[in-house]
Design a protein around this ligand. Structure first.
Ligand code: ADP
Length: 525
């Protein structure tokens, strides 16, 4: 895109939204760089940050972007730091910040749901729910500063029974790439009364199309809340290092499948020496039911050699009053920024990290194999192995963080060089990544290549239909669309090439193509 096109687009945005809503000053734009890379590296610099204050303004931004063929890159809070923050994939983008659209529009105590705008942070929803009701809890990820909508659309996790955030939203309002506005589910009925109460309406379910996608800008989302439990018991189970992670996971599995445990357990590995695997999870509900669940949990872990279980009992309001450690509060749906201290502890004052998150089925042998695979790679590259395993009834998400000092180019480079190698190794072993840093979206998308890339082709066709000029977040999740392929030819061709070089069903491990050097590509952009 030429400078003149960018200037014309920015002028049109200022005319439409006012100068206060459009920032172009270099120091303002610098605030939205990926904060967790080496700052000396070149990045796909944006031309402006636009902050619409209403759905109508979002639509105007999309219409102007279409007229001037300027790429937009949307974020709600833009705090997704270990995955690239607010950083766009192509240069010359207009960043669309939805931080100003931060109203909690509705809280329904009886049916336990909220309707939120995209800029609502977990802190904001927590405050609004507490002000509105004595009877409701929310679910939060470990850092509370992100938005409910951004985290949910990225398929982020919390730890209460509603911790699978992408499964607990209900009903969206979306601006498509054409500027059209739509409501999904029961919201499509003009007089609809069950928009946040019932997920399925009539016809194909479209909600999933907007999760981890660049098909639309979400301007409203229904969020299911949980009834405040009468009792909350926080459990901590420790086992010695190494193979016992398999036993820990396999003991949790049946307890999750039959819903004795309804929260989302987190398994982590403590620091050396004397490293131990620890599983943390909550039991929630009416007091006698929770006591019965705890008895079942105790019996199950008594059968695991070396396991030590500690249970902390809380009444309904005790945790909110500040009791408990960070995870005890997070598992009670209380947002905080305490986890930030860990990033600083590991990476120093300018600490950052790159997150790597493959998924394995919840079978002991798979859990062990994935842990050892990641451990061997990260330790060989000189990073500490300190994973967090998010446990679901049938799978684990193995999150690990490669910490570095962002002023240390060599260490940041080591993390970014390790990522594609590790991604190739885990994909070859059968463990797919569920969410990635913006720089590796083509690499990861290329791995989901079953049927000669059938899924990738479907995504491209949907992109062409819903955003024909390809202006919404080009390249997000490795989806570009025809228009963006033509515009950013080199980049898009690389995306295609990397898609073709991915693994194929039945292929041997050494069939997996060497992923392209995404750092070099990032620098080119
Ligand atoms: P957080 O609010 O947790 O900081 P972000 O705002 O960074 O999360 O959002 C993470 C990603 O999710 C963004 O890069 C963007 O791709 C997508 N996203 C966030 N908000 C929206 C939205 N309102 N509509 C469409 N996609 C969104």
């Amino acid at each position: 895109m030429g400078t003149r096109t960018a200037d014309a687009a920015v002028s049109a945005l200022i005319d439409a939204l006012g100068a206060d809503a459009v920032a172009v000053e270099p120091q303002r734009l610098a605030e939205f760089r990926d904060p967790y890379t080496f700052q000396g590296w070149s990045a796909p610099d944006p031309v402006a940050v636009v902050s619409p204050g209403s759905v109508e303004e979002v639509r105007r931004v999309v219409v102007i972007a279409n007229q001037h063929e300027v790429p937009l890159w949307t974020f709600s809070q833009g705090r997704n730091n270990a995955y690239g923050g607010a950083s766009a994939r192509v240069p010359g983008s207009v960043l669309v910040s939805l931080r100003r659209m931060n109203r909690v529009l509705e809280i329904d105590e009886e049916l336990a749901y909220a309707l939120v705008e995209p800029g609502v942070r977990f802190f904001d929803l927590y405050d609004a729910v507490r002000a509105a009701s004595e009877r409701l809890w929310i679910s939060v990820p470990v850092l509370g500063w992100g938005s409910v909508v951004g985290n949910t659309l990225e398929a982020g996790w919390g730890y209460t029974p509603h911790g699978d955030h992408a499964s607990h939203f209900c009903g969206l309002e979306v601006v498509l790439g054409t500027g059209e506005l739509l409501r999904t589910g029961m919201g499509a009925l003009p007089a609809g009364r069950a928009w946040q109460a019932h997920k399925r309406a009539f016809g194909p379910s479209t909600d999933g199309l907007f999760v981890q996608s660049n098909f639309g800008i979400v301007t409203k989302m229904g969020v299911w809340l949980m009834p405040k439990p009468e009792a909350y018991v926080h459990c901590r189970v420790q086992v010695p290092e190494r193979d016992d992670v398999a036993g820990l996971a396999e003991t949790l599995g049946p307890l999750l499948l039959d819903r004795t445990i309804q929260g989302v357990p987190l398994i982590s590995l403590g620091p050396p020496p004397g490293r131990r695997w620890t599983a943390r999870f909550g039991l929630y509900g009416r007091a006698p039911v929770v006591e019965a669940q705890l008895a079942v949990v105790r019996t199950a872990f008594a059968a695991l050699p070396g396991a030590e279980l500690e249970a902390v009992h809380y009444g309904a309001d005790e945790v909110a009053l500040g009791a408990g450690d960070m995870l005890e509060r997070v598992m009670a749906g209380i947002p905080s920024m305490d986890a930030m201290a860990v990033v600083r502890l590991q990476g120093g004052e300018h600490g950052g990290q790159l997150d790597f998150s493959p998924v394995a089925p919840l079978r002991g042998a798979d859990v062990l194999r994935l842990c050892e695979l990641v451990r061997s790679h990260v330790e060989a590259a000189g990073f500490p192995y300190s994973p967090g395993l998010i446990v679901t009834p049938r799978s684990i998400i193995h999150t690990s963080h490669m910490p570095f000092d962002t002023l240390d180019e060599q260490r940041v480079g080591a993390a970014f060089e390790l990522y594609p190698r590790l991604a190739a190794a885990t994909a070859a072993a059968g463990y797919g990544i569920y969410r990635s840093h913006v720089r590796f979206m083509d690499t990861v998308a290329a791995q989901y290549d079953w049927g000669e890339g059938a899924l990738g082709r479907l995504n491209e066709r949907l992109k062409d239909a819903l955003d024909p000029r390809g202006i919404l977040s080009p390249g997000k999740q490795g989806v570009w669309g025809m228009a963006a392929r033509a515009r950013w030819g080199a980049t898009a061709l690389q995306a295609e090439a990397s898609r073709r070089s991915g693994s194929r069903p039945g292929g041997r491990a050494d069939d997996v193509g060497q992923p392209p050097d995404e750092r070099a590509r990032g620098a080119e952009l």
